[in-house]
Design a protein around this ligand. Sequence first.
Ligand code: F6R
Length: 617
Amino acid sequence: MCGIIGITGREDAVQGILAGLKRLEYRGYDSAGLVTNDGRDLRVTKRAGKLENLTRALDSQPMTTSTGIGHTRWATHGAPNDRNSHPHLDPSGRVAVVHNGIIENYQALKAGLGDVRFASDTDTEVTAHLVARELDAQDAPDLLLAVRRVVAQLRGAYSICFVAVDDPTTIVVAKHEAPLIVAHADGVGYCASDVAALIDHTRDVAALLDGQIARISPEGVEVFDVDGNEAEPHRYTVDWDLDAAEKKGYEHFMLKEIHEQPQAVHDTLLDRHTSPSPGEPPRLHLDELRIDERELARIDKVFIVACGTSLHAGMVGKLAIEHWAGIPVDVEVASEFRYRDPIVDPHTLVIALSQSGETVDTIAAASHARDQRAPVISIVNVVGSTLAREADGVIYTHAGPEVAVASTKAFTTQIVGTLLLGLYLAQVRGRMYATETADILTRLQQIPDAITQALNLDQEIRELAQRYHDVDYTMFIGRHAGLPIAMEGALKLKEISYLHAEAFPAGEMKHGPIALIEPGTLVIALAPAGHVFAKMVSNIQEVKARGASILAIGTDGSTADLKEHADHVLTLPEPPHELAGPVLSVIPLQLFSYHVATLRGEDVDQPRNLAKTVTVE
Ligand code: F6R
């Protein structure tokens, strides 16, 4: 989704901004722009389309300036064209703004300005007008004060940055429900919507908290609350290096991230089971816990809230928590959760799953739960993100930065995170012997090697993709732990190849979806050995009888049988535990989607219409 980078205090600010925007490209966008401030003019250059269009436009009018802000826009209000791209100026051209999020009351704010012409259809532009008016009304123009007064009028979600021609080395930024990072290093001040844009310059950053406003200059960064009192942001050090954010020889980030899964899962499992003090038996622990374990022991119901791929990981988590901890679990699309009346009380645990930790729907669902005094545990990848900060407990999925829009390594590590949480809840509730927990954890350590074996199927999968990359419709079926993976397989295929794909519980086929099967329909069936295997075989036979082509994903123990019924069988190693099976069975589906999309010539890392971090509702 939209990206922001601001720099003040270095002569080549424009180059720095362009490099920062490049690092933010993965978030998804449809136009890009920047403004420079030399104390005489604010010069705005912006173009619809890819960053190259902006770079080309700047080549024809080179600029040197020490202060500027840049933006990649993912359109919400107004078409993705040059006019609606950020930055936006006030009519006198003295104030410029870039903004991520949505100003919900922009119509009312516009109406309040009277008969004023607007240069765009955006919700954002009005804020530049308002800040300019505030500055006009002041005897000694103070950008910080003007922004403070304006943001007090805004409703909605925003991370928003202003520059004013009267104050050429200052950037003022404000944050509410959309991430904003500030930093200062070597006499240069920075702001960005995502640490990826700052990693070239510094690892020591601070995430603003909701309601905070910061003044950034070459001298430093000052942070204030809405009333103008000094405030403390969340300071942290980024623990991954630049290498992790590069392609390292892979053609796409997605492929690189698929291949990073053995390491990512290994890192997520690392050091989870240690003795609280010397001589004591080891215990499973969370990364951060701000809640008494006795309170967690009293939990009688769990909700898992998440979106998209993270939701599918949550569906595996449900199976693990119910199986090990014996607590009923509901998995719910985060954007639905708070708009009904979920029965949530202090004995309900809400688990929020998110790669970014910044998905606005998931944040809103978690805060809705906290309003009902329910404890919240988040499973997140991005350290210091909103969901990590606001939860009572956190499990980090140490996947490293995930750049491709289509989530892969975040997904498998999220599943591992939910397995750990299931075991942890079993531990605090006394549902499992310590030896049993230790045994399962030891077995889970085998997952990285098993993923490596699954990745070895790549060539076989590429050949299958070659054969099927033109089919219009693919159906995925699964049962038990195979169902979330069927859903994830269908999501991966549609989001990067734009082919129609759907997933169904295999047992539901005869209640309707089987009507879709006609000769040649591709059905991908998740069929590992296990307690539902025989049922899966029956479902495969049903679709086969209607002429479907079957690609079955089996395991060592199931493929002999599958070969009798399926057109193609991919064989995975047996997982070290049935509930860890999804971590393996998703690998061929990730690779299949990747190859189908590349064979179709699609932009795998930045699929159309999609954004990496969804910071609007
Ligand atoms: C799909 C994908 C999305 C995200 C969803 C939630 O590949 O990446 O469906 O899973 O937007 O994002 P996070 O996990 O950041 O909350």
